[in-house]
Design a protein around this ligand. Structure first.
Ligand code: TYD
Length: 221
């Protein structure tokens, strides 16, 4: 086993998996399904989400998704997402992976690259600098991109939300959501070894099988 595969005390390092995609793609359902399946194989799994995942980051989640930070402008919003991520990585993700656990995170750096970068016009230089300080060496071993046409995803998200108002990003127009979809697909094309693209317009069972196939194919379970 290469040195980088080992935790500091010689145990095997865990794995870090992320789910990405637009609104209503079914990420949270698939995170839970994959976690259950891995646990059946005796893997210790931690599920988490962004923005959030640690007490400090959950406080920032509220600021970001309520739209309270929108008036600060896209650069400042990106900085707040990165601040939340830095805390989440330091307090939860890095220690869990070092302890040999598998961490599955609902959204991570690719959401910032797309929402703040592609459709938020934050310059690539700032996105890269924020990634460097917030994430360091903690890059996903595998990113599952749940791909769905924007209209279909938004329909699902609004059905799930019911009478509650759409959050800061969900409220954006369909064109923006389509550009986000294209943005995610472009990231997947640029890093084919890290990404697996899953057709998320299929039913839940079929998507769960496709996710499981990708995980088994790419990582040793
Ligand atoms: P959430 O309710 O978790 O949405 P979803 O169920 O679609 O994942 O809200 C997260 C929102 O924050 C979502 O609209 C995407 C956005 N977001 C960013 O803009 N940048 C980021 O770095 C992250 C992690 C999320």
């Amino acid at each position: 086993m290469p040195e980088t595969e080992k935790a500091g005390d010689g145990r095997r390092r865990g794995r870090f998996l992320t789910f990405e995609g637009g609104e209503g793609a079914g990420k949270s359902t698939q995170v839970a399904r994959l976690a259950d399946r891995l646990r059946q194989y005796g893997v210790t799994v931690v599920t988490t989400r962004e923005p959030g995942g640690s007490p400090g980051a959950e406080a920032l989640r509220h600021v970001l998704l309520s739209g309270a930070a929108e008036t600060l402008g896209p650069d400042a919003e990106a900085i707040l997402f990165a601040a939340a991520r830095a805390d989440h990585v330091d307090r939860l993700i890095r220690p869990a992976v070092a302890a040999g656990q598998w961490v599955i995170c609902d959204r991570f750096i690719d959401s910032t690259r797309v929402y703040q970068g592609v459709t938020g016009a934050v310059p690539p230089r700032l996105i890269a600098a924020l990634e460097a300080v917030s994430v360091g060496e903690i890059l996903p071993d595998l990113t599952l991109l749940l791909d769905i046409p924007a209209a279909e995803g938004l329909g699902r998200a609004s059905a799930r939300r019911g009478m509650l108002t759409a959050d800061r990003f969900e409220k954006d127009g369909i064109d923006l959501h389509e550009r986000r979809r294209d943005g995610f697909l472009a990231l997947a094309r640029a890093e084919p070894n890290r990404f697996a693209v899953i057709d998320a317009a299929q039913d839940v069972e079929t998507v769960a099988e496709a996710v499981w196939y990708a995980v088994r194919k790419r990582l040793r379970v």
